[in-house]
Design a protein around this ligand. Structure first.
Ligand SMILES: Cc1ncc(COP(=O)(O)O)c(C=O)c1O
Length: 402
């Protein structure tokens, strides 16, 4: 029994909106600290985190360079009004990593970046239908929610979603249907995750992405890749688009960008971002914390650290350890994985959440996911050791024998 956790959870239920945290007795543990892959709860229990907390802390929790950056003592800036140097350096760096010639806008959450991409498409192309995919998760703020699939997110807000969207199966066969739609109606944008994260690591078929690129060129439709989950070496490449050797027109980035803080980006090829025009004194899309200098400094250090540790090689290694470990232990489970992104598909509705709780009680943090909650996911940080992966696979094998 986690006594302190259950006391705090009772207090949480009194002050937090009820649909936010699922609470049952002393579940979930309330955490008080995290360093590297270790997380401590308020009752003194230690957990090994295999999720980088939603794929964010890819260098482990609380890396020391954040303290160095905090010591510089400059934290908040003036967004669109008076730029901080760090913002300029970070935009330059992201643009260069994308291949040069990209422009963008820095925002906070993933949903903000997705919305900025959709707004850019609207400005470039004019209003029309958004093509999105079954299983897609783009965030829950209204703009992003327009393209997020799944009734549980949409049902109560359907009437106020700003962008009309049509969802297609995440497969090649959808191309001819999207082509048909493009002939009948104006499509404002196509938005896709090259690898669907929250749906349980579903990798888009190459033929679907290549076909979408051709179709979108043919009809002049902006193609948006949502790489909030997949960006920054998680797939062994800087971006998942590099696996497919494809260039979208707009890309949404977040999570691993700052490896700890709410910092996201909507980036686009110059001619797309130029659809915003030039400022006449006041930005038309801006937030108080846009391009926060402290977050930008941390992001610059994060990107430097990824290069230093050759994060792409770590991702390859982690993939090998998992694939070899599954074979060595004879673990028979439907597994989808690439780099550090791995989904174990139990094929049974809700089993991902049951497994998540089981692992948590044994000191492991994993993620329940999948369209029907049938998947257990891990996104270990680049700094994970092979022994930890081996121990996890031993536990997975035990879980499957239950
Ligand atoms: C692919 C993708 N897009 C968008 C989002 C939304 O990001 P945020 O929760 O930061 O708004 C997520 C979050 O998991 C995501 O995985």
């Amino acid at each position: 029994m986690r006594k302190r956790s259950s006391d705090l959870l009772r207090r949480l239920k009194r002050v937090e909106e009820g649909d936010f945290t699922f609470v049952e007795g002393d579940f979930p543990p309330v955490i008080k600290g995290a360093k590297g892959i270790f997380v401590e709860d308020v009752d003194g229990n230690i957990y090994r985190d295999l999720t980088s907390f939603f794929g964010v802390s890819m260098l482990g929790h609380s890396p020391d360079f954040i303290k160095d950056e905090a010591e510089k003592g400059f934290f908040h800036g003036m967004g669109d009004l008076i730029p901080a140097e760090e913002k300029i350096l970070l935009l330059e760096e992201i643009s260069a990593l994308l291949g040069g010639g990209w422009k963008g806008v820095l925002v906070s959450d993933g949903a903000d970046a997705v919305e900025a991409c959709l707004r850019t498409a609207l400005l470039k192309r004019g209003p029309g239908m958004v093509v999105a995919f079954e299983g897609a998760y783009h965030g829950t703020a209204l703009g992003a929610l327009s393209a997020t699939w799944g009734e549980k997110f949409r049902e109560r807000f359907r009437q106020v979603l700003p962008f009309p969207a049509r969802f297609f199966p995440f497969e090649e066969a959808s191309l001819s249907r999207i082509e048909g739609l493009a002939r009948r109606e104006r499509i404002m944008a196509i938005i896709i995750e090259p690898i669907q994260g929250r749906a349980g690591i579903r990798v888009a078929p190459n033929s679907l992405l290549q076909g979408l690129r051709e179709l979108s060129y043919r009809h002049g439709i902006p193609l948006i890749f949502d790489e909030i989950y997949t960006g920054f070496y998680k797939t062994t490449k800087p971006f998942a688009r590099d696996l497919y050797r494809l260039e979208p027109d707009l890309i949404a980035l977040g999570k691993a960008l700052s490896a700890s803080f709410p910092l996201s980006a909507c980036m686009g090829k110059g001619e797309f971002m130029d659809a915003w025009g030039q400022s006449r004194g006041e930005a038309s899309y801006t937030f108080t914390f846009s391009g926060n200098p402290f977050f930008c400094r941390v992001a610059l250090r994060t990107l430097k650290e990824y290069r230093k540790i050759k994060a792409w090689e770590k991702a390859e290694e982690i993939q090998e350890w998992i694939e070899e470990g599954l074979v060595k232990r004879g673990i028979r489970i439907k597994h989808r994985g690439l780099g550090v992104l791995h989904g174990f598909d139990f094929g049974k509705e809700g089993e991902g959440f049951r497994a998540f709780r089981w692992f948590l009680e044994r000191g492991w943090i994993t993620l329940p996911s999948g369209i029907k909650g049938e998947v257990l996911e891990i996104i270990p940080p680049f700094i994970i050791q092979k022994e930890v992966i081996d121990q996890f696979l031993r536990e997975l094998s035990a879980y499957l024998r239950l």
